[in-house]
Design a protein around this ligand. Structure first.
Ligand SMILES: [Zn+2]
Length: 377
């Protein structure tokens, strides 16, 4: 979950000298005119000084933005006589009152079990390199990460986005659950957030213990890095939209790499490929149309994301054909770079007392009855 930054005012420790340029360099691009932030952002009452109030996935209770009323031109044809001026056709008289209802957080996380970050950071401090794997441009590779080890994903030679799949190394049916991770931690993840497995398992597969891009926060467009909203570029959507075929989309790369690692035929391996963590990708939603957007990643060589494996993992990473995803994907047009995966082993004894988390205790029994954790006694 990312903090909201007002570029140029709130500069967190570790911010690179060109952070403000990177966060705002698209502001003058004509191509992005549809996703420019409001010229005069509204700051809601009670919001902290650096809150713009117009990009708040990480909502504080006293900083929830009040919906801005629609422009109020003359009532359109077809609007009921008592509808507010400017209300769209068919809007009820109390349309604005309904819009003004404040939101509530779907999944409050106060009761979410928290990782022992101090323990994890001590383990990271003494960790040593155990294995590494280079992911060539427009390809994917796999690596095994034993529970309690660290998976480091590194930008090595130039700005590059990676699409990550995670599996339980012993059971491909337990895989990363992008949607629930998003519901719990927000649209973009960073240090302290966890990557959850699918139902019926629902346990942390990995915990993010270091993110060298955590200074980025949420930019003036509402963009941030490491999203769990995009799915992965794939040849089916590309065919749908362009009529062309492209064979190095992340979906295809992940499929081939998983097939190579498991011995499964590609058409079987494909069924296991799932929505990804978009490592280093900078994305958001346009304010006016709610569309998913991307912009050039702020990642630079040396940046990395460290994940503590909570269970034995098979990680699959694709170096996206979109490169830094500043222009387009699903083609050979973008300049692409390799990525590096490393497995780091904590110093002996560093994680003494730590154990992998169990599956969710809830389940549906074979007879159709529901088992609940309260039934254990
Ligand atoms: Zn991709």
């Amino acid at each position: 979950m990312k903090a909201i930054l007002d570029p140029g005012h709130a500069v967190p420790p570790g911010t690179p000298p060109d952070a403000n340029r990177d966060a705002n360099r698209d502001a003058n691009r004509d191509a992005n005119r549809d996703i420019r932030p409001d010229a005069t952002p509204h700051t809601p009452p009670g919001a902290p000084p650096n809150a713009t109030g117009d990009a708040t996935p990480d909502v504080q209770p006293d900083a929830i933005p009040h919906p801005q009323p629609h422009p109020q031109p003359d009532a359109p044809p077809g609007a009921p006589p008592d509808a507010p001026r400017g209300a769209p056709p068919g809007a009820p008289p109390d349309a604005q009152a309904r819009r003004d209802i404040p939101p509530v957080i779907c999944y409050p996380v106060d009761t979410l079990p928290q990782p022992d970050m101090a323990l994890y950071l001590r383990a990271r401090a003494g960790a040593t390199l155990l294995a590494s794997q280079t992911v060539p441009p427009r390809q994917a590779r796999t690596i095994h990460v034993p529970a309690g080890h660290i998976l480091r994903l590194i930008c090595t030679t130039g700005p590059q986005v990676g699409d990550l799949n995670l599996f339980n190394a012993a059971d491909l049916s337990e895989r990363f659950f992008s949607g629930k991770t998003r519901a719990l931690h927000g649209t973009h993840v960073t240090t302290g957030d966890r990557l959850w497995s699918c139902l019926p398992y629902l346990r942390p597969m990995a915990t993010i213990i270091h993110d060298s891009l955590d200074w980025y926060g949420i930019d003036a467009f509402g963009g941030s890095v490491h999203d769990v909203i995009g799915t992965r570029c794939d040849p089916y959507t590309h065919r749908l939209l362009s009529g062309d075929d492209y064979h190095h989309c992340c979906h295809s790369n992940l499929t081939r790499a998983l097939a190579d690692a498991t011995g499964l035929p590609q058409h079987v391996a494909e069924r296991h490929v799932h929505d990804v963590l978009n490592v280093f990708m900078c994305t958001g939603f346009t304010r006016d149309t709610g569309q998913y957007f991307m912009k050039a990643s702020p990642v630079r060589p040396g940046d990395h994301l460290d994940l503590l494996a909570e269970i034995d993992l098979l990680a699959v990473l694709s170096a996206c054909p979109g490169g830094d995803c500043g222009a387009e994907h699903s083609s050979d047009a973008a300049r692409c770079h390799a990525l590096e995966m490393q497995v780091l082993a904590p110093a002996p004894g560093a994680l003494d007392g730590w154990t992998s988390p169990p599956h969710s205790p809830y389940r549906i029994e074979a007879d159709g009855s529901q088992y609940r954790s309260t039934d254990c006694a």
